[in-house]
Design a protein around this ligand. Structure first.
Ligand SMILES: *Cc1c(COP(=O)(O)O)cnc(C)c1O
Length: 424
């Protein structure tokens, strides 16, 4: 099936007389006739459900669709994008280990890795998204267990050289984890470029309507855990907390990662997506291919309009030919990137503040990537405690505005931006 068809019909095939739409299994638990029947599930000898903290059929239909979209072998849903990235990393890293990560990543993920995971004894080296092959190699240590980056970074809008990052990671016997939230599998399938694990904040384009917070993890099934058994004892030696199962042996490369993540991390940390939210997520997925096309078209048109506007000093959007990431975008995102554009106002902080006040259609929100256009000037909102100097250092200069272009008519959007720019 092609991507467009998977968006609509992937993951769930109803039998004769069964509901056409994915059923919401709003039940915490599942009934069995004998203890032996249930025992087989606990021994991982039979597949089935026993408690929704670990697994739920509604979630699994939707996870299967996302696995198909990304070209992976297995997937799971989490309660948020934060949980997805934490679980993906913590599934293979423990105290004493080390991560190499692109520095150009979502602020929440940066904090997760640089502060919270550090407190757990997991160290990190950040590398520039533009790092050369030599610089990437130099960041690795004998205890490095994962490499991490974002296809299109939120909010910097840099594009990851997935093939290069994957090559270097694999030369060190380490998997590459790619957060594909902004591109979505409609725009890019990182596994085809060598990524081993793909994560999502489904809160963004996949949901697409600002209705539910959620995340997803997809395994490519390509990483050979047994070939690097000494690095990944959690997957390649018996799990005493789960009847001595050795995940890589029992479930192979195709299933080990997600099975361990479910039976161990979900069991102990409990961050599953609610079945109700999984249902809403699936409604979003059914139109993802149609919506992404429009988000990209609108984003490109707005970027071009801003690029040529005298009140605008610069625009960051990889779809513009003079953007530093344009060549990478042509390689990895040939059908368009996303609807998020950032730009700087020539009049600085004050102009940005006037612009924001003047907007009528675009709402002021910290959110991005849904159907309604929204806009943020970090200097006057999320980062307002910082000085102009500190803002510059953090990569969010005072004049910077981030706009997430929705699905409205492009003429109305440009008219709104145009009037808002008039007296800036
Ligand atoms: C929003 C976002 C996250 C965090 O997701 P939540 O669903 O808000 O927890 C992670 N990565 C990227 C790229 C994001 O945009």
């Amino acid at each position: 099936m092609k991507t467009n068809t998977i968006c609509v019909q992937g993951g769930y095939t109803p039998g004769n007389g069964e509901p056409r739409q994915i059923p919401i299994i709003q039940s915490t638990n599942f009934k069995y006739n004998t203890s032996e029947d249930m025992g087989k599930l606990f021994d991982l000898e039979a597949s089935g459900y026993f408690y929704t903290r670990l697994q739920n059929p509604t979630n699994d239909y939707v996870a299967a669709k996302i696995a198909q979209l990304e070209g992976g072998t297995a997937a799971m849903l989490t309660s948020s994008g934060q949980a997805a990235n934490f679980f993906a990393l913590f599934n293979i890293c423990e105290c004493g280990d080390h991560i190499v990560s692109s520095s150009s990543i979502y602020g929440g993920t940066f904090n997760l890795i640089a502060v919270t995971m550090k407190r757990m004894g997991i160290d990190v080296t950040f590398v520039a998204p533009t790092a050369t092959e030599e610089e990437l190699h130099a960041a690795f240590r004998p205890n490095t267990k994962a490499m991490f980056g974002e296809t299109i970074a939120n909010p910097a809008l840099t594009v990851l050289d997935i093939e290069l990052f994957a090559k270097v990671a694999h030369e060190h016997g380490v998997p590459l984890i790619v957060d594909n939230t902004f591109a979505t599998p409609v725009g890019c399938r990182p596994i085809e470029w060598g990524a081993d694990i793909v994560t999502h904040s489904t809160t963004k384009y996949m949901d697409g309507h600002g209705a539910g917070v959620g995340g997803a993890i997809v395994d490519s099934g390509n990483f050979d855990w047994m070939a690097h058994a000494d690095k990944y004892p959690g997957l390649t030696t018996p799990d005493e907390s789960y009847h001595g199962v050795t995940y890589a042996e029992r479930f192979g490369n195709a299933g080990a990662f997600i099975t361990k993540c479910t039976t161990q991390l979900m069991r102990d940390l409990g961050s599953i997506q609610s079945p109700q939210n999984a249902f809403l997520l699936n409604l979003g997925l059914e139109s993802l291919h149609v919506r992404m096309k429009r988000h990209c078209e609108n984003g490109q048109a707005v970027a071009e309009f801003l690029h040529d506007h005298p009140k605008v000093a610069y625009v960051n959007y990889c779809g513009l030919p003079d953007d530093p990431y344009h060549a990478l975008a042509e390689k990895y995102l040939p059908n368009g990137s996303c609807g998020v554009v950032s730009f700087g106002l020539a009049g600085g902080r004050e102009a940005a503040s006037i612009f924001m006040k003047n907007l009528k259609l675009a709402a002021i929100e910290t959110h991005v990537a849904d159907a309604r256009t929204c806009c943020l000037n970090p200097a006057s909102s999320t980062h307002r405690q910082m000085t102009d100097e500190q803002l510059k250092e953090a990569g969010v200069p005072a004049e910077l505005v981030r706009i997430s272009i929705g699905l409205e008519d492009i003429e109305d959007l440009i008219a709104d931006l145009s009037q808002a720019l008039e007296n800036c």
